[in-house]
Design a protein around this ligand. Structure first.
Ligand code: COA
Length: 328
């Protein structure tokens, strides 16, 4: 029998600086009414100069470790899900390992955009199930403010910075555990949402530096359509595999990209709005960090209690999607 795997602690960290929609209207031609009515976002957090993705990740991880009661030295595996790494190499997870003093942990990053935290959860779960590792730290962390084009009002209003983390370990008798996970990819849609420059396909050069190619580019309407279908299917997949009925679901934590996408998913899953977790009005879309931050907020504010069945579901560039069903 594979080991059952539980979430022993969660943590999150949001940079101090708040950027409101009104603040944004001084940078690009936009306004609070447009942004809020189309997305549900009121404000987002922006990391300070000198505050990198690894710093956000470390702060979230420290809180998750503290809640789990597992010291950093006993962590075997650190996975950082991010599309905004400190450096292309080494992995952001390596900086986090050093910051935490988690010297025995294997540390690496994964790039699955907004689905990254749930991809990391599936990988870590499998590692613990097989007995390869005992304690894993999974982190979603992003400094998207460094990768948005601040002249492009169609994208810069959507994103924010932040980090969330969870500690996974073998579940003891009577504890909750991860019931089911699902991950998927459609590589035919890479053009819908990407950062075209800064990689080997288009390295930043003196000639192209001013074109802002190392910034997020998106076909918003197309992304919207795929997001609803893929998230609905992925959530239903884990709901079925976990043998849950809609009325048994205490909370759905969807990716925090757009409240209209969230409403569309809620309607299709037949779960009432008061059981759908939303915090994107405060943080915007923090990509891989979004579900991790939301999970921590739901946990620390008592929105989820031991025994509750919760669903997390995400969607992002790739295109990627992922879901998890958990008994808390
Ligand atoms: N402020 C004011 N006007 C804006 C604007 C802004 N920030 N951004 C775009 N507009 C304008 C457009 O220029 C366009 O004007 P036009 O009609 O004169 O050409 C108009 O608003 C409508 O733009 P459109 O792109 O059709 O809006 P939309 O209803 O599709 O909403 C998104 C745009 C981005 C909010 C929406 O497509 C969306 O949420 N997509 C999903 C994005 C997402 O969640 N991505 C992350 C997935 S992980």
């Amino acid at each position: 029998m594979p080991n059952a795997v539980t979430i022993a602690g969660t943590g999150s960290y949001l940079p101090e600086k708040v950027m409101t929609n009104d603040d944004l209207s001084k940078i690009v031609d936009t306004n609070d009414e447009w942004i809020f009515s189309r997305t549900g976002i009121r404000e987002r957090r922006i990391a300070a100069e000198g505050e990198f993705t690894s710093h956000l990740a470390t702060k979230a991880a420290e809180k998750a470790l503290e809640q789990s009661g597992i010291p950093a030295e006993e962590i075997d595996l650190i996975i950082v899900a991010t599309i905004t790494p400190d450096t292309l190499t080494p992995a952001t997870a390596c900086y986090v390992q050093e910051n935490l003093g988690a010297s025995k942990a294997v540390a690496f990053d994964i790039s699955a955009a907004c689905s990254g935290f749930l991809y990391a959860m599936k990988i870590a779960k499998r590692m613990i199930e097989t007995g390869a590792f005992e304690n894993a730290l999974i982190i979603g962390a992003e400094k998207l403010s460094a990768f948005v084009n601040w002249n492009d009002r169609t994208t810069c209003v959507l994103f924010g910075d932040g980090a969330g983390a969870a500690v996974l370990r073998k579940s003891e008798e009577g504890e909750g555990h991860i019931l089911a996970t699902d991950i998927g990819t459609d590589g035919r849609q890479t053009h819908l949402l990407n950062i075209p420059g800064g990689g080997s396909a288009c390295p930043t050069t003196i000639e192209n530096a001013a074109e802002g190619l190392a910034a997020l580019s998106m076909l918003g309407k197309e992304v919207f359509k795929h997001a609803v279908t893929r998230m609905k299917n992925s959530a239903n997949e884990v709901i079925a595999r976990a043998g849950l009925k809609p009325e048994e679901i205490a909370l759905v934590i969807p990716h925090q990209a757009n409240v209209r996408i969230i409403d569309a998913i809620a309607a299709r899953l037949d779960v009432p709005n008061d059981r759908i977790f939303v915090n994107l009005h405060k943080y915007g879309n923090t990509s891989a960090a979004a579900i991790a931050i939301a999970l921590d907020e739901a946990n620390r504010t008592g929105k989820i209690k031991p025994g509750d069945k919760i669903i997390m579901v995400a969607f992002g560039a790739g295109l990627t999607w992922a879901a998890a069903a958990i008994e808390w």
